[in-house]
Design a protein around this ligand. Structure first.
Ligand code: PLP
Length: 382
């Protein structure tokens, strides 16, 4: 029998069959009536998922490309910017804004810490910034920041706020307009349940009015905004991915955003309950907001790379190891997008077998029950 593959990473994530079917449809021309209704519906659904009335600009790029669009449009050489980092992706944005010549004030937390709005307020009090750049769900650590509070601190100081919502959009609440988020960046391959390749920027009028002088062409917001307004993409869009994303967003909205957020909270609870029942230590916070990725410290004497490798070799299961300074020390269980509780119990059962094989001192036979109970017994989120 062909080995069954399990994709349990924090991105790319599993893609539902309805989306795969849309991806397999014949290619259509992007300036034809075959595509325009799909494009229009997809852009409208994106606005709904981002909870914004403003433009959501879609690019053929991964999340990093969409983030670079924000940097290329907002940063002029010498501009003061505040970048908040507490893990791999925050560090990437500090490097990227610096590469565009920004005068970066780097509010740098240790990996795994949770950024605090008061720290942002204090930094902006000491030094003004054109924009605050912050990660919503730091996928490398499993921490989800309180973006609403951080955005409020930025607004008080008259700074724009740019949010990396690559692994959060569609999984945890991200209220673009209500929280005053000027730019929300995301990608197709996480909670949006579509293969990698599409990046988006939801952009406020203030951000559109604050564009700078850095060179840009493909990622120029104004060029894409004008073209999208006529449903006439500035460049050839990946039509099949747009068709897939349209179907995926339809599924997400059919479930309901609140129901999807609730499901992610319960998946997080289930994963954490299972991990703890095994006797393992969590690296990501043991809190409901940490609903996207569960990061787990490996027991003494075990390298997390060995766990990742054994899961792949024995079960065709892909989870993620630690990135950067966390390499070897943690493994990460993704539960973003098209996941249910049986995905959680499957990953826990496999992790348990592999850790036992690696002679780790763990509790056997408890994780699956604990996970199921945590999932069942959790109350709905207000
Ligand atoms: N930001 C976060 C929080 C992510 O999780 C990722 C992807 O893993 C990225 C940015 C980068 O996105 P991409 O790999 O699509 O360029």
């Amino acid at each position: 029998m062909a080995t069954k593959k399990y994709l349990f990473t924090p991105g790319p994530t599993p893609v539902p069959p309805q989306v795969l079917a849309a991806l397999a449809e014949p290619v259509v021309h992007h300036r034809s009536p075959d595509f325009k209704p799909i494009y229009e519906r997809c852009l409208a659904r994106l606005r709904e998922v981002c909870r914004t009335e403003r433009d959501v600009l879609l690019f053929a790029a991964s999340g990093t490309g969409a983030f670079e669009a924000a940097v290329a449009n907002l940063v002029s050489p010498g501009d003061p910017h505040l970048v908040v980092s507490a893990g791999n992706f925050g560090e990437r944005w500090a490097a990227m804004t610096a590469a565009y010549g920004a005068d970066v004030d780097h509010l740098r937390y240790a990996w795994g810490e949770t950024p605090d709005a008061d720290d942002v307020r204090a930094r902006l009090g000491a030094r003004a910034a054109k924009a605050v750049w912050v990660v919503h769900s730091e996928t490398s650590t499993g921490v989800v920041a309180d973006i609403q509070a951080i955005a409020a601190a930025a607004r008080e100081a008259g700074a724009l706020v740019v949010v990396d919502a690559v692994s959060s959009l569609g999984a945890v609440p991200c209220e673009t307009d209500r929280w005053g988020l000027d730019v929300v960046v995301s990608g197709s391959q996480k909670a949006l349940m579509t293969p990698p390749g599409l990046g988006l920027c939801a952009v406020s009028d203030a951000a559109l009015g604050a564009t700078g002088t850095s060179p840009r062409f493909y990622f120029d917001w104004e060029r894409t905004r004008k073209a999208q307004a006529k449903l006439d993409a500035a460049f050839t869009p990946p039509v099949s991915l747009v068709a897939g994303l349209d179907v995926a967003l339809g599924l997400l909205l059919e479930e309901g955003l609140e129901a999807a957020f609730d499901r992610h909270v319960r998946l997080g609870r289930a994963a954490r309950a299972g991990v703890k029942a095994m006797g393992l230590e969590l690296f990501s916070p043991d809190e409901d907001r940490s609903a996207v990725v569960t990061a787990v410290r490996v027991p003494e004497g075990v390298d997390s790379g060995a766990v990742v490798q054994a899961l792949r070799d024995r079960f065709g299961m892909t989870i993620a190891g630690g990135q950067g300074e966390l390499q070897g020390k943690i493994f990460r269980l993704g539960h973003i997008g098209w996941f249910d509780v049986f995905d959680i119990t499957t990953m826990l059962a496999a992790v348990e077998i592999v850790l036992a094989d690696l002679r780790a001192d763990i509790e056997r036979g408890a994780a699956v029950t604990a996970a199921l109970e945590a999932y069942e017994h959790s109350s709905r989120v207000a």
